[in-house]
Design a protein around this ligand. Structure first.
Ligand code: PEP
Length: 253
């Protein structure tokens, strides 16, 4: 099953509007000739509009780092999917471990958000991953299975087809500790097997990104694994050269 690799930069809480525009411009120009990898960037909310305008007509898609599931109302501080549609956003990250860890994100809220994203015709990038304690206790597969089961409640095959999954071992995010290609592929294959049990005809179409200290020098090894279909990139997405090095991972194989 040929799946187009998908590399998304998660800029987290970095960069002003002007800095975001500089980075978006550099990425837009450098990835323009690349056709065999899909690319997206997820700036801070306040830069989404400007970056979206800058990316118009380019091959780089606009992504948001989070959303809220209600369309409008008395929800001070929230940003709804409806508002993201307005800005030309295509992908929305949900369930990132930083949101789970620091902002009370649960599997149930991840599911509400993913359903709202799909209802509005956008695509969720749904993150799952185990902590170091869970890995050391031998609970990795149980944890991932539980996050998938709860995060994908109510999903039809059509909904799954529009969804990207991201396996991000929490112990590898922003730590410089990257999972080995074997550790990552083992979990990716497990995720696909879990999907196959519930959605046998759709599972092979779903892209599963790896995230956790992906850099230009480890991207080729990870992304050439059979069930790793791209990367969700934090730190290395903040410099256009590093990000480009990951997008062009095939050249360094
Ligand atoms: C992330 O934020 O999703 C991530 C994987 O970060 P980093 O690449 O910095 O580990």
């Amino acid at each position: 099953m040929a799946r187009t690799p998908f590399v998304c930069g998660n800029w987290k809480l970095h960069k002003t509007v002007a800095e975001s525009l500089d980075l978006a411009t550099a990425i837009k120009n450098s990835v323009a000739p690349i056709r065999d990898v899909e690319v997206a960037v997820a700036p801070v909310f306040t830069a989404l509009h400007a970056v979206g305008k800058r990316l118009e007509g380019s091959t780089v898609a606009l992504a948001a780092q989070d959303c809220f599931w209600e369309d409008q109302g008395a929800w001070t501080g929230e940003v709804s999917v409806r508002l993201l549609v307005d800005l030309g956003v295509k992908y929305v990250i949900v369930g990132h471990s930083e949101r789970r860890q620091h902002f009370g994100e649960t599997d149930a809220s991840v599911n509400h958000k993913a359903q709202a994203i799909l209802r509005h015709g956008l695509r969720p990038i749904l993150c799952v991953g185990e902590t170091l304690a869970e890995r050391e206790a031998g609970e990795t597969f149980g944890r991932i299975a539980a996050q998938l089961a709860a995060g994908l409640v109510g999903f039809s095959p059509e909904m799954l087809n529009e969804t990207v999954l991201a396996y991000e071992p929490v112990w590898a995010i922003g730590t410089g500790k990257v999972a080995t290609t074997q550790q990552a592929e083992e979990v990716h294959a497990f995720i696909r097997a879990q999907l196959r049990e519930r959605w046998p005809t759709t599972a092979d179409h779903v892209r599963i990104q790896y995230g956790g200290s992906v850099k230009p020098d480890n991207a080729a090894g990870l992304l050439s694994q059979p069930n790793i279909d791209g990367a969700l990139v934090g730190g290395a997405s903040l410099k256009s050269d590093d990000f480009l090095g990951i997008v062009k991972y095939r050249l360094s194989k």
